[in-house]
Ligand binder design. Structure first.
Ligand code: 5RP
Length: 270
């Protein structure tokens, strides 16, 4: 029997992502291409990411973009997306499987791996048992698994009952932290989930203020942070936006304070 001797590694990796100084985290995801192809403003990932690096706590992406496009000397910890196998023109976004091995995650010095589950779909069993299998492997090496409660095209699923169900199942299967969506009654989602919860931003909102309000409301309701992509890098002023989101996540700024910061910073951006 393998002895679990890497608890220190698990804690150390998690603390690189969820910062002990505030207990919060701002993760920048740029993994969208794994099923969407060259997403708007992510056509050249390094060009998008480079100016944002000083302001993020972790970067979430696939191994292909990590190897091909990201400078190995960056300091940010990596959350490696290890699920996929579908595309937006294929029959079912929920038909995901493990796409990257744990050895590869170790080789790439990942601080965590991310895996999507699709509760309530025809691929529920497949994605949930794959999550459990991934957790079994990752626990042996002290790698935290981030479960992503994915909804595919069914954005209307983003409501408290469904998300609470998905987050709890992810935690029960051993995910060390969970990424989900903000929704009305989000406290219930956090309350029912015994591991840290972060929210995704979702599709680009009409205004930066709306995205800042979403981040603020999620933090107020108990989220430990955000995994916010499109609402940051699809903004016309991504550096100003990530700094404003950072103020909400780490400094307790209100949406208005953060938006004022955004407005003052954007004038200095190219
Ligand atoms: C794709 C993902 C993304 O990482 C996630 O959706 C977060 O990005 P955004 O804030 O753009 O929604 O998991 O499946």
């Amino acid at each position: 029997m393998m002895v679990r001797f890497m608890d220190w590694g698990m804690k150390n990796r998690l603390s690189r992502i969820i910062k002990p100084s505030t207990g919060r985290s701002l993760v920048l995801p740029i993994d969208h291409g794994y099923f969407q192809g060259p997403t708007r403003r992510l056509e050249n990932p390094w060009r998008t990411v480079k100016p944002l690096l000083p302001y993020l706590d972790a970067l979430m992406l696939t191994r292909g973009i990590l190897r091909s496009s990201i400078d190995p000397q960056i300091e940010a910890p990596i959350i490696l997306r290890v699920s996929g196998g579908t595309s937006i023109i294929g029959p079912a976004l929920s038909d995901e499987a493990i796409t990257t091995s744990v050895v590869e995650a170790l080789r790439l010095n990942a601080s965590a791996v991310a895996f999507s589950i699709y509760v309530g779909t025809e691929h529920e069993h497949q994605t949930l048992t794959s999550l459990a299998h991934l957790v079994d492997e990752c626990e042996d090496y002290g790698i935290p698994v981030l479960a992503v409660t994915a909804v595919g095209r069914e954005l209307e699923k983003r409501e408290a009952r469904y998300l609470a169900l998905s987050c709890r199942i992810a935690a029960e299967l051993g995910a060390r932290f969970v990424k989900t969506y903000y929704c009305e009654g989000f406290e219930k989602v956090v309350e029912g989930c015994p591991v840290p919860v972060l929210i995704a931003g979702g599709p680009k909102m009409d205004t930066e203020l709306e995205a800042l309000e979403t981040a603020y409301n999620a933090i107020q309701a108990g989220a430990v942070g955000v995994v916010m992509g499109r609402n940051i890098w699809q903004s016309d002023h991504p550096v100003a936006m990530i700094r404003a989101v950072r103020a909400v996540v780490h400094e307790g700024a209100t949406p208005k304070e953060a938006h004022d910061l955004f407005t003052s910073l954007k004038t200095g951006e190219p």
